[in-house]
Design a protein around this ligand. Sequence first.
Ligand code: HEM
Length: 417
Amino acid sequence: MRSMADELFELEESFLDPAVQDDPFDTYTTLHEKCPVYKVPENGLYMVTKYEDVREVLTTPSIYSSRPGTGAGGLNEASKAHAQVFQEKGWVKGRTLQRTDPPEHSHYRKILGRVFTNRAVEGMIPRIDEITHSLIDQFIDRGQCEFVSEFALPLPGIFICEQLGLPAEEYETFKKWADAMLAMSQRPLSPDEAVIQAEYEVEAQHHLAREFEKRREEPTDDLISALVHAHQEDEPFTMEELQDLMHQLVTGGFETTTAAIGTSMWLLLRYPDQMQKLRDDRSLQKNFIEESLRFDSPVAGLWRTAACPAEIGGASIPEGSAVMPRFAAANRDAEVFESPEVFDITREDLHKHVAFGLGSHFCMGASLARAELMSAFTAILDRMDNIRLAKPLDDNPHKFSFFLRPMKELHIEFDKI
Ligand code: HEM
């Protein structure tokens, strides 16, 4: 058993160093071997990196709670300023779904389960395909594009935007709101910056409140309407709950899918032999998508709070500590995946990956995300040949984020088919 003192294990470079964040995979290997539960000195977070330990965290909510703690230092000035804007001008979000533990969580999950059915997602596919093709139409004759801003961002963005009752032309407004919803968790903000982001989000809340009311009176076939009416015999969601659920759907469903689409394309460019294999046998497309999610997981890690003193992976974690199951590291564990550092779209162990989490909080949007990825790469491979990098990537090709993997940009060239 490692003692608390052993938590002083030091990495050669800080885990928060932008270069390490951008390419953390060697560090994951070091941690697997030397310190599977690593306390990040800068923020006191316990990062759990081994597959079995990540599974244990995800399936033991009585110890690793999803109810947010305030962190060791309590709320900072920026968080207080941010919260005040909602109290004064919008709605303080209720704590729902991802921010709850059983049995409260099961209540939300049961109702939301009526919204995210396989049938509902199948019904969405024709519209996803239309958006995919219309985006490709806009650059196909040019023989090149900046893949992130012209495709990976707008595909899930326009789709959710429409589901929220905003027309595709309002995509820029939607993007501003979605960015604001994510802002506090991406990087430290000053109190003034936090207030600006909160005000954008309050603007989104008022838009959503109007859309909720419209759907209450006249149901439609979009996500908002489904949410408003999903309660059936249960109590209807309050405005505070609806606002929190929408916040989770937007933050959980937009940048994550953008990161998955961008990274999957980059992987095809980095591994042309795998691209060729895929072109030769298109039945491998599902596998390709799962292998991309395993190899470079779009949600690298998320938060739990230790509800009591905990022992895991040989480490002792004090009650109240922030704990991060690191999905991306678990998916590179050599004890579970053979040669995990090899990108291989014919792997047979892919069903084990935890890129969508595991247990009661398993991603509600997994089938939607998979449908978007499937639509994207079917159209790309059908319509574009000889895809190649048009411009060398930045030294750190990802935007800085401690938990997501969004690429900054990806310039590609191709031959139109
Ligand atoms: C490739 C894209 C995506 C990835 C990698 C991803 C990943 C994840 C992960 C790892 C979790 C587990 C959270 C936890 O254990 O705390 C999660 C939960 C969740 N995801 Fe996704 N997600 C993606 C797309 C989506 C989409 C498209 C939506 C919906 C529009 C969505 C909605 C949610 C929701 C609502 C939860 C919370 C479920 C709960 O707490 O019960 N996600 N996702």
